[in-house]
Write a new protein. Structure first.
Length: 277
């Protein structure tokens, strides 16, 4: 349940009175040992998304508050908050999204989410497992928005949900909103993939570095009107956002298949069998 705090005149707030940061929100504490412990847990169970959120909680970005302030206290931020108060409601309404033109980002997003058995609400549920209090402030709106566009990033970048694709999306995100959490999971995860596929010629580090560069060059997606983006043709959206073909990622997939490895099961049973052979 969202906690309500009395508004104090010396606190920054939007024009409707929503606080930039609720004063009862605890100050984040940076702990690399904790983050590394959660990363090890993630390697043991890569489907347990809550480990990812714990890593981010352990490695807060010192630049995050200013990014929140810059968007949420701007005229564009106010407009976005009114038009898109909670993205999962929009993203999970596939019936409405399917009414947009074929070839649009919306159709590609629906195809992806339905084929993978995913929903934006599902990601929210994973985050809610941590039991963190909700404050209803602008910081929360921005953080939720950043979380909820994750699967949209898969669509725009062309990276799949395989192990390498997830590392690439995380490093694309790092290019957009630098944080040590994205950096740790992205590059440490890529090194783990190399370790699990020892002897492979797949250019894993080139793939994640390209993702990092692409994120740097792309305008921050969190700042954009998502409903307008969904209505845009996917090819046009990629051109406008300066997102190139993920060449090295696709090259990794090609090489792994030639080597008898399944890109979507590198860290699973098939990889273990391949290593033992």
């Amino acid at each position: 349940m969202t906690q309500q705090a009395p508004i104090q005149s010396d606190l920054e707030a939007a024009s409707d009175g929503t606080l930039l940061r609720d004063p009862r929100r605890p100050q984040p504490r940076y702990s690399l040992p904790k983050a590394y412990g959660h990363f090890r847990d993630l390697l043991e169970d890569k489907e347990e998304t809550s480990h990812v959120f714990k890593i981010f909680d352990s490695l807060p970005s010192k630049h995050f508050p200013e990014r929140v302030r810059r968007l949420t206290l701007s005229e564009e931020g106010e407009r976005l908050r009114k038009a898109e108060p909670f993205l999962p409601t929009i993203l999970d309404d596939h019936e409405t999204l399917r009414k947009l033109p074929k070839g649009s980002v919306a159709h590609a997003y629906c195809d992806f989410m339905e084929s993978e058995g995913l929903s934006a609400a599902g990601l929210v549920a994973e985050a809610d497992k941590l039991g963190r209090p909700k404050y209803g402030d602008l910081t929360e709106w921005f953080a939720f928005r950043s979380r909820d566009i994750h699967d949209l990033m898969h669509i725009l970048t062309g990276y799949g949900r395989d192990a390498l694709g997830e590392q690439c999306v995380l490093l694309f995100t790092y290019g957009q909103q630098p944080s040590h959490g994205h950096l740790l999971i992205g590059y440490a995860g890529a090194l783990n993939i190399r370790s699990m596929t020892k002897g492979s010629k797949a250019p894993v580090l080139r793939a994640v570095r390209q993702a990092h560069r692409t994120g740097n060059a792309c305008p921050p997606l969190v700042d954009l009107p998502i409903q307008e983006l969904l209505a845009t043709q996917l090819s046009d959206a990629r051109e406008l956002l300066r997102i190139p073909e993920p060449h090295w990622y696709r090259e990794c997939h090609r090489i792994w298949r030639e080597e008898g490895l399944d890109p979507y099961d590198l860290l699973g049973k098939d990889a273990a069998v391949a290593k033992a052979a």
